[in-house]
Design a binder for this molecule. Structure first.
Ligand code: IDP
Ligand code: MG
Length: 136
């Protein structure tokens, strides 16, 4: 059965800063994703805190929110069959040093915090995250 769906992707500040946005967007296209929406934004810290609210209790929450709001990011709605899981696979493990060869985090990530890309972890969260950035 077909499961064509959407997921939210973010090219994080470390990758935008290194001018990797076009290269990373091409990786998505090469892997069969359609970029349905796209915009460059620079979040306020309060907005980053809202986006990452699920991580509120983690020791790295404050640094994470400082980081996501530290510079421009590219947010995109990606579409593909099983887009959520397909994007997680293309991104690779959270820690670039544990990510498999060929994954975006292996190729571009610098460290566990500067890991270049974000991707929704479930279809429910994809809807919430897409609405966060693109709700009309
Ligand atoms: P994910 O991005 O692979 O879904 P999450 O566990 O949802 O990983 O964590 C969100 C982000 O928080 C990660 O992408 C990473 O940048 C950062 N992060 C996760 N774990 C740690 C940690 O142990 N130390 C510092 N930053 C972390
Ligand atoms: Mg996550």
């Amino acid at each position: 059965m077909s499961n064509y769906e959407q997921t939210l992707s973010i090219i994080k500040p470390d990758a935008v800063e290194r001018n990797l946005s076009e290269e990373i967007k091409n990786e998505f296209k090469k892997n069969g994703f359609k970029i349905k929406e796209e915009k460059k934004v620079h979040l306020e810290k309060s907005e980053a805190e809202k986006f990452y609210l699920v991580h509120q209790s983690k020791p790295f929450y404050n640094d994470l929110c400082d980081y996501l709001s530290s510079g421009p990011i590219i947010v995109m709605v990606l579409e593909k069959e099983n887009a959520v899981i397909a994007n997680r696979e293309l991104m690779g493990a959270t820690n670039p040093s544990e990510a498999r060869d060929g994954t975006l985090r292996k190729k571009y990530g610098i460290s566990i915090d500067k890991n270049s890309v974000h991707g929704s972890d479930s279809t429910d969260n994809a809807r919430i995250e897409i609405d966060f950035f693109f709700k009309k």
